[in-house]
Design a protein around this ligand. Structure first.
Ligand code: ZN
Length: 199
């Protein structure tokens, strides 16, 4: 059976909507941290600080999106420790259903490097990617994905689907989450609270 090797879906996350928030794959961060590939970076801790700095920039992008009326999501692409793309969600701004922060950042990164193949890059994003963005990350052969907070209603890298770890696909990026989780969660909560109060 092909289905025997499928990763276990996290159905429990769906049932917890509105209740106590569970973190899908809650051990993933620690597990991945131990497997950090040093590559051209001098130490894993140096790489971690690059990722944390990138997440702060992604959060700043997310705030800009929120101020413009878009769901506050920001994404940054790192290459050799440097930011080569930094975007925010523009779906409302441009009336483009595909204008998620990750898609826009991947496009900018590919343009900057002159290749669609982003194997040496890390995408840092404030929210767990959706099905479309997880698909785009796979098509870009992204080396690593780091996200701040889970999207229990639409996340496609742990919460609802495990696109990035599906063994039937020919690419499996490293996935980490939990960096700046509180900030990213608060940003989303206050955005939707303000939206509700103004309706
Ligand atoms: Zn998306």
């Amino acid at each position: 059976m092909v289905g025997d090797n499928l990763p276990q879906p996290h159905y429990y996350a769906v049932r917890n909507l509105g209740g106590v928030r569970e973190r899908p794959n809650r051990h993933a961060w620690k597990a991945c941290e131990a497997q950090v590939s040093v590559g051209s970076n001098p130490t894993p801790s140096a790489m971690k600080s690059d990722v944390e700095a990138a997440m702060h920039e992604a959060l700043q992008q997310a705030r800009i999106a929120g101020e413009k009326g878009d769901v506050p999501v920001g994404a940054v692409v790192l290459h050799e420790g440097k930011v080569i793309a930094s975007r925010h969600n523009e779906r409302e701004l441009t009336n483009d259903p595909t204008a998620h922060a990750e898609i826009l950042a991947l496009r900018d990164a590919a343009k900057a490097l002159g290749t669609w193949r982003l194997t040496e890059c890390t995408l840092v994003v404030t929210l767990e990617p959706c099905v479309m963005c997880a698909g785009a990350l796979m098509n870009a052969r992204i080396g690593r994905l780091v996200y701040a907070t889970a999207d229990l209603k639409g996340g496609a890298t742990a919460s609802l689907y495990n696109v990035c770890t599906d063994p039937r696909l020919n690419h499996q990026p490293k996935v980490m989450h939990g960096i700046c989780e509180r900030e990213a969660t608060d940003l989303m909560k206050s955005f939707f609270a303000n939206k509700r109060s103004s309706e």
